[in-house]
Structures are given as C-alpha cells and as structure tokens.
Design a protein around this ligand. Structure first.
Ligand SMILES: C[S@@+](CC[C@H](N)C(=O)[O-])C[C@H]1O[C@@H](n2cnc3c(N)ncnc32)[C@H](O)[C@@H]1O
Length: 244
C-alpha cells in the first residue's frame, strides 16, 4: 500500500544498532511533522480513539497522591482525562513538539488546572530524578523512537520501585480502516506540503513509525528489567502493562 521507499525506511527501526546522527535526524523530522500537524492531530485524536481512554485509565489506576508522567503526550488526551476524572498529586506531560506543549499549557490554563506541568523533552533523555513518578502512560510513542532501549531504560529510571507504566502501541496486523487512515494522513500531509515547505520531504515513518506485534512488544519490554510485564491485545491496539 505504501511505496518501496516507505517499506525500506520501516526497516530503519528494526536495525540492531542505532547511529547517533540518524537517530538525531529522525527525531528532528518527528518533531517537525508533529509541530506542523498538531492542531489537526488534536481534533482527530478524540474522534479516532475516544474509546481507549477509559480503558487506559482503568489499567493505569491513578491514585490520590500519584505523580503521573504522560510521556510523548501529544495534545495530552490522557493527561487531561486524568486531571478531569481523578484526584492525583500531579500530572507531568513531556513531548518533543513545542506546539503540543504550548497547546497543553493553554488548555490547562483555560481549565484552571494547577497540579500539572507540560514541557518539551526527549524520552531518551528525561529531565527528571530517579524514581520521580508513581505511574507513567506512554501511548503511540515507542513506535517513533530510534533507540527504544534507551527510552525504555529512561522510563524505568524515572519510575519509582513498585510503580506502573502503561504502553499503548498500534498492532502490526493490517486492518483496512487503519491502513486507510494512514494513506489518507499521508496524502493530507502531501497536500499541506504544497503550501508549507516545513513539511516537504517528510514521510509516513516520521509520524507513524514501526508497528509492533504482541510478541515483539513483549520481547522488547521484557528485555529492559521490569519486575513484571503483561501484554494485552484489545482491538487494533496492544497494551503493555509493566511494573518496576
Ligand atoms: C502518535 S503521537 C501520540 C501522542 C499521544 N501520546 C496520544 O496518545 O495521542 C506521538 C507523539 O510522540 C512524540 N514523540 C516522538 N518521539 C519522541 C521523543 N523521543 N521524546 C518525546 N516525545 C516524542 C511526538 O512528538 C508525538 O507527539
């Protein structure tokens, strides 16, 4: 369904070693594309995957004094759902995209939430002390990360002993609706790029990355050093629930 170039680029994520410059450039492309499509993504996100929010909150189970990290938060769908529905100590959201961070800050100010903080940061180098968070949600991000091991070790480092991380990743099986969505998104980006030169030369991997199977996600999460790892498939997504 995608061009040979797209398929070849997908293998980029399967390589054993990660070249520093390649990784830097890949992250820069991801940052650029999400900065440009942030307002569209914000509107589409709720329409496309509204049902998964209560499921993720149930898995995460935020408690009253919890400090929760939304890692690669995008528009902060989970951050705001937690702030709205749960009494928690604090929600912290980080993302590579400055546009998403600005949007989340504005939304928090509009809703008068004071127990939250949003900042730009790279998942591979988190600006937090060891054991800073009780819970972490990380949705649709691992698939975009060039050095997934490094990112996972960072998440494990900032999680407190006994803390929990919930990962959400798209399943690698072909589903007509999902493939149609990505083809439409790819064409949409091409159309936007006619007017917006910052979008030129970006491709599917810069916003959709590499999908996981239940086995490959399980293998990756089990390689990092969590105390327990559970992988569940639910519809077109897979959920990794990890305890430190
Ligand atoms: C598919 S969106 C998912 C956003 C949100 N978690 C959600 O479920 O709607 C992927 C997000 O990950 C962010 N991202 C990608 N690589 C990142 C990295 N290395 N560090 C921090 N954020 C990253 C992107 O900027 C983008 O906002």
């Amino acid at each position: 369904m995608f061009s040979t170039a797209d398929v070849t680029e997908t293998y980029y994520f399967n390589r054993q070693s990660v070249n520093y410059m390649d990784a830097f450039q890949q992250k820069e492309r991801t940052r650029r594309i999400y900065n440009e499509v942030a307002p569209f993504y914000d509107r589409l996100r709720l329409v496309c995957r509204r049902n998964d929010i209560p499921y993720v909150l149930e898995l995460l189970d935020p408690q009253e004094s919890d400090r929760v990290l939304d890692a690669g938060m995008g528009p902060g769908i989970y951050s705001f759902a937690i702030l709205q529905k749960h009494q928690v100590g604090q929600v912290v959201g980080i993302d590579l995209s400055e546009q998403f961070v600005a949007m989340a800050r504005k939304r928090a100010a509009r809703k008068d939430y004071s127990n939250c903080e949003f900042k730009t940061a790279d998942l591979e180098q988190l600006p937090f002390e060891e054991g800073s968070f009780d819970k972490i949600v990380c949705s649709g991000v691992l698939l975009l990360i060039p050095d997934q091991n490094k990112a996972l070790k960072e998440l494990l480092r900032v999680l407190r002993p006994g803390g929990k991380i919930v990962f959400v990743e798209p399943l690698d099986k072909v589903f007509i609706a999902k493939e149609c969505f990505y083809v439409a998104a790819k064409m949409f980006i091409k159309v936007l790029a006619v007017k917006n030169r910052r979008l030129r030369g970006l491709n599917r991997n810069d916003f959709a990355g590499h999908y996981f199977s239940e086995e490959s996600l399980s293998r990756l999460l089990n390689s990092v050093g969590f105390n327990s790892v559970q992988v569940i498939r639910n519809g077109v997504e897979i959920y990794g629930i990890c305890q430190k």
